[in-house]
Write a protein that binds this ligand. Sequence first.
Ligand code: TPP
Ligand code: MG
Length: 569
Amino acid sequence: MSDQTQSGNPAPLTVTLGQYLATRLVQLGAHHVFGLPGDFNLSLLDQMVTVDGFHWVGSTNELNAAYAADGYARMRRGLGALVTTFGVGELSAINGVAGSYSEDVPVVQITGMPTTAARAAGAYLHHTLVDGDYDHFVRAYREVTVSATVVKAQTATRDIDAALMTALRESKPVYLGIPSDLAALPVHAANLRTPLVAASSDRAELERFTEALAEAVAAHERVTMLVGPQVHRCSLEPLVRQIADHDGVYIASQNMSKAVLDESHPASLGTYMGAFTRIPAARDAVDTAPLLVLAGTVMSDFLTGFFTQRFDEDDAIELGLTTARIADTTFYGVRLEDSLRALHEVLGRTPRAEVEPVGHPDAAVAPAPVDGAGLDHAFFWAAIQGWLQPGTTVIADAGTSFYGALDLVLPDDSDLLGQPVWSAIGYTIPATLGACLALPRRRSVLFVGDGAAQLTVQELASILHRGFTPVIFLINNDGYTVERKIQSPDAVYQDITPWDWTLVPAAFGAADRAVTASVRTQDELAAALAVAHATAEKAVLIEVHLPELDSPRLLSVLADAISGAAPKA
Ligand SMILES: Cc1ncc(C[n+]2csc(CCOP(=O)(O)OP(=O)(O)O)c2C)c(N)n1
Ligand SMILES: [Mg+2]
């Protein structure tokens, strides 16, 4: 297939099913596909790797493949994909795919299955539950995807296109099971001439919505918009910035969307987290907004400051991924991009008074390091604040790292990658691989706990062997500190075995690709940060020893709240 198209010869009339699928993925920007081989997907992979622009990224396990595909999709603002084998492979990946569902990430999980004949006969093959039922796992995937299909010979290309379009439309994962005998099935190539495009809004609904929105906006002197993670998923930050430039508008962001608007912008309210919002005036500007617009928000515990918001969601205008709502009317098929564009447009219709800027919390300033003085989270994150460079992808795992990273004021052109809702520890090392592949010219800076790293650290091997150069802060606090902060700090189950982290790159056969350091004091940290700054051509792994029960500011406040001393809502 590739020779013919590249040499300018007429495109082939048929391609194999595996080539069709791989071509579609490449067309949609998923140039890198993660996963592991297994006897049920070998024929499929043999077809997929023949396609120009398709790059296979062998993962160390399927969970990591799912996390990497998720990180890739988030940073590309497009599709991620992985290929696993039947049963043993796909079930290892399902936690990662569920995370993608929970956080609105379009990932395609492709499983190579036993042959159509084996399925029909219910043969007792390996990787089955030996009960003749081949649909256990596709049923399991139905729970964590918006479409789970076992591809059929007669409808194969339609099955594939429908699944991919569903993933794009809903910004959610989909599952495709491909029986191994279909991998090399010749299928018509004609459709490939037209790349798939994400669905557009329903025009009539959008018009009705715009009219209702104009009416609501005209009736109010001030509009406050709370921006959530779905805005990032759809790459709509530039539109939010345009909206912020209208007079009479305030913009707050949920805590995973903090990079959406520069905090020094007069319209910026910074991060809104209910009772945990750092500036009281910013909290009030959201909670008592005359007109509140929720744009791509997710009202989960962590994103609302454990449900301490004081506004009534029903009174707010909601702009979702594929629907919008004003009062009791839901407008179906109105996509976030179009509803935000409509808001921008109607705000331009009437002049409004400027808003009073509410200011922003000062970025932590690192005190000068004291020789021999021990490290704590307060010093560590202040030092990181001063060290971060513009154009960084900050990645934070679900332990103390996450809460520290949330309090950072991100430098210009930077982004924060993490899982505020699914919160699976270990997500970030494979997601860093995905981010590095998606945006190879940006430096990734990863913060990950010792407990989390023990789940998925193998993927560091792929990061190093592929020559990527992230800076990794391995927070070594002797176990599961977040859990210690919540309950039973001394319980046996909070401990992990101590590893020698600085030897990990060498154990992975990549000693020459990483600079390592282990720091216990303020001056050692300062020296390691200087080395990291000066080292562009290698990865940098800094093991940071922090006290077992110490935590960043935000976690301390939240942990107090969880244990009953919540700030008054
Ligand atoms: C897959 C998974 N298992 C368990 C948990 C529960 N959990 C949340 S935070 C945490 C502790 C993480 O420890 P570590 O990575 O060392 O970070 P620390 O808080 O110690 O900095 C655990 C076990 C989880 N979120 N995800
Ligand atoms: Mg830890």
